[in-house]
Design a protein around this ligand. Structure first.
Ligand SMILES: *Cc1c(COP(=O)(O)O)cnc(C)c1O
Length: 354
């Protein structure tokens, strides 16, 4: 075969993303909502989709959905941007605020997508690792940004996969200490019931990331959004794909957002179940869960990789971080339905006790 020339140099050490998402009886590996969208809301979605003209390009900015999100947050449409999942908006962050000669401050262990996007855009990654308990090394972060060369920082709150909120007073001190763009990734804020939203209008450099994939059961649809100041949203608008949010996703998003109060009982159930898992897991010898403000729990357990495999063999898929840098010996379980959590606890106990 006639060969092809090499791809861009920044791709040489990258491996394509593979979530190891294998069909299983219990799928508690990806922090999804364990419940699909309610049947009656699905019917309303079908009606809304019937009104979509498939032959026409969608509204590039999803303005109807944008207005609904803006209104719910006491903002103006120019302070909101809808994306093809939060992931698209994370990539846009690297495109708009990263690039050759620019620097991204990362707080590992955290969501791996950030570093991947930095590598793709030739952005230098400056790591300030978390403390042993996964809290942020606050003084080290503040000291590093004070050097003045950081272009953007992402603070994940609650952090994935470790589970805890970033302290609000730390984020405010960070915002005061730098003019770098500070993204607070609030993908899981519905489970912590905390947001930096009240500070948006005080800090031009603050931008919040949200998603429909977790609390709102739409991981399969691909919708996320930013809340930020108009000047920042405008920069994102320069780099985004014009039609990244298709008309069908916009229709689904409008109906789900309009009905968002109906997701509250499900969110409350997850919070209740999280407390039960956090109480029950430490009763299993050697199992040490980290505190969680989210819909998943990171835990350490002896022989974690074998425990992961044994759970998998019993039809329970969770996320294996046992060989991941800074996370050695840990696994992450998403909070599922009460039945799923009971099955998980029982299997974990059987496997560990042997
Ligand atoms: C899930 C997640 C997102 C966004 O996911 P999308 O499905 O692309 O909306 C963003 N940040 C973190 C930390 C996440 O876990």
């Amino acid at each position: 075969m006639k060969p092809v020339r090499p791809s861009a140099p920044q791709l040489q050490d990258l491996v394509p993303y593979d979530p190891k998402y294998i069909p299983c009886n219990i799928m508690n590996s990806a922090n999804e909502n364990p419940l699909d969208v309610d049947e009656s809301i699905k019917h309303e979605i079908m009606r809304e989709i019937r009104g979509v003209a498939f032959n026409r390009y969608p509204d590039p900015l999803a303005n109807d959905l944008r207005d609904m999100i803006a209104q719910a947050n006491g903002l103006d449409r120019n302070q909101v941007l809808v994306g093809n999942g939060g992931d698209e908006l994370l990539f846009c962050t690297a495109l708009a605020y990263g690039g050759p000669g620019r620097k991204f401050l990362n707080l590992p262990p955290t969501f791996s997508v950030y570093v991947n996007n930095a590598q793709l855009t030739n952005t230098e990654v400056v790591n300030v690792p978390r403390n042993a308990d996964f809290s942020i090394n606050e003084e080290a972060v503040l000291e590093r940004v004070s050097q003045g060369d950081i272009d953007f920082v992402i603070v994940t709150s609650p952090n994935n996969p470790t589970g805890q909120l970033a302290p609000e007073d730390f984020v405010l001190r960070l915002l005061e200490a730098t003019d770098a763009l500070v993204m607070v990734d609030e993908a899981y804020f519905e489970f912590s019931r905390t947001s930096l939203r009240p500070y948006l209008l005080q800090y031009e450099n603050l931008v919040l990331l949200r998603t429909f994939s977790k609390a709102f059961s739409l991981a399969g649809v691909r919708l996320g959004y930013l809340l930020g100041n108009e000047s920042v949203i405008r920069e994102y608008m320069k780099v985004r794909q014009p039609y990244s949010v298709d008309a069908v996703s916009q229709a689904v998003g409008r109906v789900v957002f309009k009905n968002r109060a109906r997701f509250e009982p499900g969110i409350n159930a997850i919070i209740t179940e999280r407390a039960r898992l956090l109480e029950e897991m430490p009763k299993i010898p050697g199992v040490k869960p980290y505190p969680s403000d989210s819909n998943y729990i990171l835990f350490s357990v002896p022989n974690a990789a074998d425990v992961w495999q044994a759970l998998f063999d019993r039809g329970i898929l969770i996320r294996d971080f046992s060989r991941a840098p800074l996370l050695e010996g840990t696994l992450r379980v998403s909070v599922g339905t009460p039945e799923e959590n009971t099955a998980f606890l029982r299997a974990l106990r059987d496997i560990v006790i042997g």
